[in-house]
Design a protein around this ligand. Structure first.
Ligand code: TPP
Ligand code: MG
Length: 763
């Protein structure tokens, strides 16, 4: 597919001109904002919600100390990362976006969460308010005819759910699974707070990308700390979001809450080389990501900046980078009293510009409220907070028997019918399937492309991206041809940026796309482990079973090609260890196509492990529609003496060994689990009950491997059926070596498998 421009040699002398980055452009005060259209009621709303955030967190201070009088016996556990001092950002920003816009938040996110929902409730319709309240509506005395009455109840319920989450209660936003550092609320686009510093950077870009591709007009506001901006994922996400090929921009606003410190490391003068983090925007595109520096102690300035940013994003000019200067008045958490690393002078100077001091002063100066009015707002907010805290403390403790609830979605996109079908008019060429040989066989890598093509035709939410997957068709040709059919909107290259690839897939999947991302070699998933293990795997459970992540990460395993330590590993055990992921490792073209289609339709994150030796083999693959359910193994060969379990390429190796064994009078039952998670434990155990012997064959090294898990599950299920110890044929506990004799020794061969079959049988 032709690109818009060629990269021609050009060696013109000159300088790179970087446009200036504006600072503190907002030059209005409350009075001029009122004159320009802000209503007095809106101004009071800003104040009210800043109060809610402040008083909520001051309550936590008291709860932690055990001196909160309304619930004196309550024992508060969990993290205490308070944002006292930073309220102007949370409230100013949320007042500037739409109720259904997305946000991502941080470990210091109570304010974001309180403000996001509170501001959304302000403009929500009666129907939306009732929808938000759900069954909880019955707890409140509501006059159904009065929106105000319903709104009051919804706001109270919101504060209650927030406390309840912090208290680990079933009624909490995430059913007590997430706690204060992992609050999310999917009614109003809160995609989750993140306790991994920088952890949501890529997910925010992914959610924004989804909004852009689905053309739903949403933006994603991603709140990040100053400390987070130095993490690798920040840079990968900035680059991802600014890719020139996103012609409609990527509607993400990165709002850095620069409270001057990471935990204790100081941004200016210590852990970075720059005075302003907004300057980093200059590194990513020629408009500096529209970066600017904002007074984060002024809710009106933040509101103004985020408004302009959101408008830019909606106009297709995103992303935007805002640095809001602020300060946390408390320590990093309540176990930090700040003495070790900051001065009284500094603290006092910032407290002078405390928004909870300056904003009510401005309200009084502008005649919006008088002193009594301010005090009345404070007292009313305090009463709401107290009522919510007391009610939440009396909430329901989760029943331990529900511990698995919310881990995996049991839904798929199986029954979507034609709703999301790709319209023919959107196709750039005629869809065609791979040409079969006389036995109906195709190369396995063609089976990958065929599965992708079929699923992309069936569902326009399926997008394919990764390194080199577009014009080139992927390092192994598995995506070749897709771009000619679907265009660059749905098949696109990314930078070499594994964490961004996986993290954006997670974010995009939470925002309505069904991404299929490619990681060239499984060795490189280690670059993306936070995104896979801490984000994609956990988001559903941590957020109380409310998030759905229909995403697939396809990756390949090498080995046997002399590529050595970093291109030949079998790292399946690195991904099977995270509850919340499904893991598939097919060994034939037929299985691969059917399983990949199921993986794409599954509503859970699936790691789909292909094998480079399998790609180049041929297999009979029907052209007709079929899928294979995840979690079902396959018996490749029935036998009675020994069960051999092998997956991915090792199934083919084991097959050869089984054929040799048969010639020697040994009957092998060969099982390919196909899906590692969930594992078809029953099929394996039933077989072992029949044969009494088990050999597991894998390409990965022995220690800490997935084979050990299979062995454990078998002894758990049918120890009594085992006549001899289980054995695992594995690679040695070394990084894959390059030299051919070493590599051949390292990867299990049919001969080695046969030898082990005989040894297990005592022959
Ligand atoms: C990847 C990672 N490294 C370290 C930590 C420990 N930690 C938690 S919060 C924090 C400071 C984060 O600083 P910043 O991004 O500025 O946010 P702030 O706490 O100032 O709001 C650190 C180091 C973590 N949670 N995640
Ligand atoms: Mg900070």
């Amino acid at each position: 597919m032709p690109k818009d421009f060629d990269v021609l040699p050009s060696f013109q002398r000159g300088t790179i001109e970087i446009p200036p980055i504006p600072q503190f452009v907002f030059d209005r005060d409350l009075e001029s904002e009122l004159a320009a259209g802000l209503t007095a009621a809106d101004a009071i709303t800003l104040y009210d919600h800043m109060l809610h955030v402040r008083l909520f967190e001051e309550t936590i201070v008291q709860l932690k100390s055990g001196r909160y009088k309304p619930i004196p016996d309550f024992r508060f556990i969990g993290a205490t990362h308070l944002s006292i001092g930073q309220e102007a950002i949370a409230v100013g920003a949320m007042a500037a976006i739409n109720p259904d816009d997305y946000i991502t938040s941080t470990h210091r996110g109570h304010g974001h969460s309180i403000a996001k929902v509170a501001l959304a409730l302000e403009t929500a319709s009666t129907e939306q308010l009732l929808g938000f309240l759900g069954d909880s509506a019955s707890k409140y005395e509501i006059d159904e005819a009065s929106r105000e009455s319903i709104h009051t109840a919804a706001m109270q319920e919101h504060l209650f759910r927030t406390f309840a989450e912090l208290f680990g209660k079933e009624e909490g936003y995430c059913r007590g699974r997430g706690g204060g550092m992992h609050i999310a609320d999917f009614h109003f686009g809160h995609l989750g707070a993140n306790a991994i510093v920088g952890g949501s950077y890529a997910m925010a870009a992914g959610a924004a990308m989804a909004a852009s591709k689905l053309k739903d007009g949403k933006v994603c506001l991603s709140l990040v700390g100053d400390g987070a901006t130095n993490n690798g994922i920040a840079h990968e996400a900035y680059n991802f979001a600014t890719m020139a090929q996103f012609e409609d921009g990527c509607p993400v606003i990165y709002l850095i809450e620069n409270n001057q410190y990471g935990m204790t490391g100081q941004q200016v003068g210590e852990v970075t080389g720059t005075l302003r983090l907004a300057r980093r925007g200059a590194g990513y595109n020629d408009v500096n990501m529209h970066a600017e520096v904002v007074n984060g102690m002024d809710p009106l300035a933040v509101r103004d900046a985020v408004r302009r940013a959101a408008e830019k994003c909606r106009n297709g000019e995103g992303p935007v980078l805002l640095e809001c200067l602020t300060y946390r008045f408390k320590g990093h958490s309540l176990s930090d009293n700040c003495e070790a690393y900051r001065s009284d002078t500094e603290e006092c100077a910032w407290m002078d510009v405390d928004p909870l001091k300056t904003f009510p002063e401005a309200l009084i100066a502008a005649g919006v409220l008088d002193q009594a009015g301010v005090e009345q707002r404070q007292a009313a907010a305090q009463a709401r907070i107290e009522q919510a805290a007391v009610a939440a403390a009396a909430g329901t403790d989760p029943d331990p028997s529900t511990i698995y609830e919310g881990l995996l979605a049991d839904s798929t996109s199986e029954n979507i019918g034609d709703e999301w079908k790709t319209p023919e008019g959107e196709l750039l060429s005629e869809p065609s399937k791979a040409r079969r040989d006389g036995q109906g066989r195709i190369l396995v890598r063609h089976a990958v492309a065929e599965a992708l093509m079929e699923e992309m035709l069936r569902d326009r939410r399926v997008v394919v991206y990764g390194e080199d997957v577009a014009d080139y068709g992927g390092a192994f040709g598995a995506t070749r041809g897709l771009i000619d059919l679907f265009g660059r909107q749905r098949v696109f290259n990314t930078a070499i940026s594994e964490a961004a690839i996986c993290g954006t897939a997670a974010g995009a999947s939470m925002a309505g796309l069904r991404p299929v991302a490619e990681i060239m070699y499984i060795d490189f998933v280690l670059m993306a482990m936070d995104q896979i293990g801490n984000q994609a795997a956990k988001n559903r459970y941590m957020f109380g079973g409310k998030a759905t992540l229909p995403m697939v990460i396809r990756t390949s395993v090498g080995g046997g090609k002399g590529y050595a330590g970093q291109h030949s590993q079998s790292l399946e055990a690195v991904v099977t260890m995270f509850p919340g992921l499904k893991v598939v490792a097919p060994s034939s073209g037929y299985d691969l196509k059917g399983l990949l289609k199921s993986a794409i339709r599954d509503d859970n994150p699936v790691i789909f492990i292909e094998h480079q030796h399998v790609y180049t083999s041929k297999d009979a693959v029907p052209e007709e529609e079929y899928t294979i359910p995840l979690g079902e193994g396959k018996i490749w060969r029935e036998g009675s003496d020994i069960t051999v379990v092998a997956y991915s390429h090792m199934r083919l190796v084991a097959e050869e060994a089984a054929a040799m064994a048969e010639e020697q009078g040994i009957s092998v039952e060969l099982i390919d689990p196909r899906t590692l998670i969930p594992l078809d434990e029953k099929m394996i155990a039933d077989s072992v009950r029949k044969t009494g012997h088990l050999l597991i064959v894998q390409q990965a090294p022995a220690t800490g491997c997935f084979g050990e898990h299979i062995a454990f599950k078998v002894q758990e299920a049918c120890f009594e059926a085992l006549k001899r110890p289980v054995r695992i044929v594995a690679a040695y506990d070394v990084p894959p070596p390059m030299a051919a004799p070493l590599e051949e020794e390292n990867i299990p061969s049919p001969e080695k498998v046969l030898r082990n079959i005989k040894e297990v049988l005592g022959k």
